[in-house]
Design a protein around this ligand. Structure first.
Ligand SMILES: NC(=O)c1ccc[n+]([C@@H]2O[C@H](COP(=O)([O-])OP(=O)(O)OC[C@H]3O[C@@H](n4cnc5c(N)ncnc54)[C@H](O)[C@@H]3O)[C@@H](O)[C@H]2O)c1
Length: 340
């Protein structure tokens, strides 16, 4: 039996939209039938790349079109809620780029609407579909790292400065969703500091600290003003430590058999109390499929199979809550805020 292809409409063809269109077009059981952007130059760009496909400037027309089954939202974050809500109301399955919405109340309302309309609602937590992150979770699940001790994530480069959100809302959804996926539990508290240097009142450099149960600590450094691009995550465990460097063309993940062990014998001198272990470095094989392709595939499969996607809307809501709490702490000069 041949299954009809899911007809996808993509709203927003700026920086990220083209990647979504390209990956949805690669799927066998889906096709992009319609694209929309309010900017003329982006529509012209699209027409050159995809002659024969339609692009409009009216997103409302797209979400109401009976020729569209599912809607992908790749517009600025401040527009996510309105567009996703209307698409759900029109009975479409919806994929919203990260973060799900600009506020937990809005994210919660979208989830409630998707449940009422029995539609799939997914969020673009792309790194959950990245071979490196999948491998780290596999290693953690197998107990290879021992007990987790800390995570430390840096996401820095020059720009692209957004004009509706600060750097936390723009970049930290990646790091926080990776941590949520790896640790499978929420933090106890969040604190954040940051600063705005462009006179717009939107922080362009920020540092977030999260405390998890069992003394696990995590740090997220997000920066729009870095002269170099850094995409690096450290995961420390009692047995092994991992470095994920996304700038590495290959060997993105390295597992270090390194660590320290402390003796609790009180009568030994300091240098005998701490033992350093420096063992081998292991470079695991990774699934090199483009994360976005895995993500697009999961969206379509979750609709067809009537199941939740991996990057489900509940995970979107958890991350939006953390972003809100981080910004609350930011407004209180970094005072820790408890996570309920
Ligand atoms: N998953 C990832 O790795 C990743 C990476 C980059 C961006 N993103 C997300 O993708 C989304 C878009 O980011 P971007 O960097 O492409 O921004 P962008 O500003 O480059 O592109 C957004 C586009 O949406 C268009 N637009 C705005 N309002 C519209 C409307 N009402 N109707 C139709 N078109 C409209 C704009 O003209 C623009 O071309 C954001 O949510 C961002 O967080 C995700």
């Amino acid at each position: 039996m041949t299954v009809s292809r899911l007809r996808v409409g993509v709203i927003g063809y700026g920086y990220w939209g083209p990647n979504l269109v390209r990956n949805f077009q690669e799927l066998e059981d889906a096709e992009v039938v319609s694209v929309c952007d309010i900017r003329r130059e982006r529509r012209e760009h699209f027409e050159k790349q995809y002659p024969g496909l339609t692009i409009s400037e009216d997103w409302q027309e797209l979400v109401r079109s009976p020729a569209v089954d599912a809607v992908v939202v790749a517009t600025p974050v401040s527009t996510h809620y309105q567009i996703a809500r209307e698409a759900l109301q029109q009975g479409k399955d919806v994929f919203v780029e990260k973060p799900l919405a600009l506020g937990a109340d809005k994210a919660g309302a979208l989830i409630e609407l998707s449940q009422r309309r029995q539609r799939t609602l997914m969020v673009g937590h792309t790194f959950l579909y990245h071979g490196a992150v999948r491998k780290i979770r596999e290693l953690m699940d197998q107990g290879e790292l021992g007990e987790p001790l800390y995570l430390d994530s840096t996401r820095a480069n020059l720009g692209i400065l957004q004009d509706d959100i600060n750097v936390i809302w723009d970049l930290a959804p990646h790091d926080l969703s990776i941590m949520d996926f790896l640790l499978r539990r929420p933090p106890l508290s969040v604190s954040a500091t940051g600063a705005s240097h462009t006179g717009r009142g939107l922080e362009d450099v920020a540092f977030i600290t999260l405390h998890f149960p069992d003394h696990v600590i995590a740090h997220v450094n997000v920066n729009w003003l870095s002269p170099v691009k850094i995409r690096r995550l450290l995961v420390g465990g009692t047995d092994k430590m991992v470095v994920f460097d996304d700038n590495e063309p290959s060997e993105k993940v390295k597992v270090y058999d390194r660590g320290v062990a402390c003796s609790d014998s009180p009568d030994k001198r300091h240098n005998e109390l701490i033992q350093y272990r420096a063992g081998d470095i292991f470079v695991p094989q990774l699934d090199l499929t483009e994360a976005l392709l895995n993500e697009a595939r999961d969206f379509v499969a979750s609709i067809r199979e009537g199941r939740q996607p991996l990057a489900n809307a509940e995970s979107g809501l958890r991350i939006v809550k953390l972003l809100e709490l981080a910004c609350l702490s930011l407004s209180r000069d970094g005072a820790p805020v408890e996570v309920n």
